[in-house]
Design a protein around this ligand. Structure first.
Ligand SMILES: Cc1cc2nc3c(=O)[nH]c(=O)nc-3n(C[C@H](O)[C@H](O)[C@H](O)COP(=O)(O)OP(=O)(O)OC[C@H]3O[C@@H](n4cnc5c(N)ncnc54)[C@H](O)[C@@H]3O)c2cc1C
Length: 383
């Protein structure tokens, strides 16, 4: 299905499809799959195409794509299984606060190498005490002359090791993110480690970042300039895109299986209970697509608050819908659904991470409630 794309957006869509099918891409992808871990060659290939962080303006190293075009591109890369797509969201989470809060100097210095994909970012938010457990966050930032000294740690951070620029999220004020610290990877006191292993490893990098007396200049502190945390909206939507692609893959597999598998001499989908299940999947996925691309369109029109609202809704709705679709699709495969060869069970398990990463739905519901003027109870009284 396509949303309402302009001719230019369709051009980008077709060119990414051609890029995915090219022998060079197939070869690099196969090598990345064989090697496992962070797919450096695939990342460089995507960067050379301008795909990494393509939404960043050209003056800061990007392609200046609007958000819709970026999502169309991301969707195609994800659908064809391009290994770089796994790590682009984490890179973007580091970039977005710089793009929307950074001063011109900060953007020139820190954003430009990231906008072109020549450097890699991570967005390090999760505190060992719990991402939203802000009062118990261990991270401290003590003023020290013309800079600050950071101590503490972050866990479960995508791109933790490979990132040249570690974007460390500061303790939110009143439950709202309002500052990040730019920490170059070779700064004294920065250490990365592996604390957890992913249930499904995939081609990505994940780990912890420890900060011990890490001194950064004041110029490396990026503060909310009044834009607020609206830029989280695109970040939430991009996770939803990945979930949508995964869910649509499950739907296609379920449709194909229901056509091919027979019951009482007729295709499985002739049973009304089965066809209704399939149609429930179609409705969920189409509604999810609508939320995401409407959000992107609002963002492109500069309607940031409304887009943020749809970003929260997308992150609440689409990963959960994809999980449900994949669950039903796996069961529809019968015993085959539990075999690794069928792949559908693994896709179902993979969808879990999209519900968990970048906050669980409960927190998005609180963010969403605020856009309707309802303040979340757990935030009351927070410093
Ligand atoms: C694949 C993957 C990639 C990730 N990449 C990154 C990354 O790049 N950077 C990064 O910083 N982190 C990353 N994370 C971590 C992820 O963002 C957190 O695990 C997630 O946001 C949940 O935080 P937590 O683990 O601290 O759980 P907790 O905050 O301890 O939450 C546990 C559960 O409590 C409930 N809960 C929490 N808060 C509330 C609330 N306010 N209201 C109601 N219920 C609530 C929810 O059910 C929640 O799932 C990644 C995680 C995964 C799985």
């Amino acid at each position: 299905m396509t949303h309402f794309l302009t001719d230019d957006q369709k051009l980008v869509q077709n060119s990414v499809r051609e890029f995915c099918q090219s022998p060079e891409t197939q070869e690099i992808t196969a090598a990345a799959k064989q090697a496992g871990g962070f797919p450096t060659a695939s990342w460089e290939q995507a960067a050379a195409q301008g795909y990494i962080a393509a939404f960043v303006p050209e003056e800061y190293g990007g392609m200046g794509y609007d958000l819709t075009t970026y999502f169309v591109m991301l969707e195609e890369l994800t659908r064809c299984g391009h290994p770089a797509a796994n790590s682009m969201g984490a890179h973007d989470l580091g970039i977005l606060p710089l793009l929307y809060w950074g001063t011109d100097e900060q953007k020139k210095e820190f954003l430009t190498p990231l906008g072109s994909g020549k450097s890699i970012a991570c967005g390090a938010v999760t505190d060992p005490a719990g991402l939203t457990n802000f009062p118990q966050w261990g991270l401290t930032a003590a003023p020290d002359g013309d800079g600050i000294v950071l101590n503490g740690g972050k866990v479960m951070v995508s791109n933790a090791h490979v990132s040249d620029t570690k974007v460390i999220f500061g303790k939110p004020d009143g439950g709202h993110f309002d500052k990040v610290y730019i920490v170059p990877k070779d700064t004294a006191g920065v250490e990365t480690g592996y604390q957890e292993k992913k249930l499904i490893p995939g081609l990505s990098d994940w780990g912890s970042i420890n900060l011990k007396d890490v001194r950064i200049p004041a110029a490396n502190v990026v503060k909310d300039n009044g834009f607020g945390q609206y830029w989280l909206g695109p970040s939430f939507m991009s996770i939803a895109i990945t979930a949508l692609v995964l869910g649509e893959g499950g739907f296609r597999m379920a449709m194909a299986y229901a056509k091919q598998r027979t019951k009482y001499d007729r295709p499985l989908h002739d049973l009304q209970a089965v066809s209704h299940k399939l149609m429930d999947m179609a409705v969920q996925l189409e509604a999810g697509r609508d939320l995401i691309y409407t959000g992107a369109r609002l963002w492109d029109e500069g309607r940031y608050e409304e887009a943020y609202r749809l970003g929260c809704m997308s992150k609440i709705f689409v990963p959960a819908a994809a999980n449900k679709v994949l669950h039903e699709a796996a069961i529809l495969h019968g015993g085959v659904g539990f075999t690794p060869q069928a792949g559908i069970g693994v896709m179902w398990a993979a969808s879990l991470q999209l519900e968990i990463a970048e906050l669980p739905a409960d927190v998005h519901k609180d963010f969403l409630a605020e856009t309707y003027g309802i303040s979340a109870g757990w935030k009351h009284g927070q410093a």
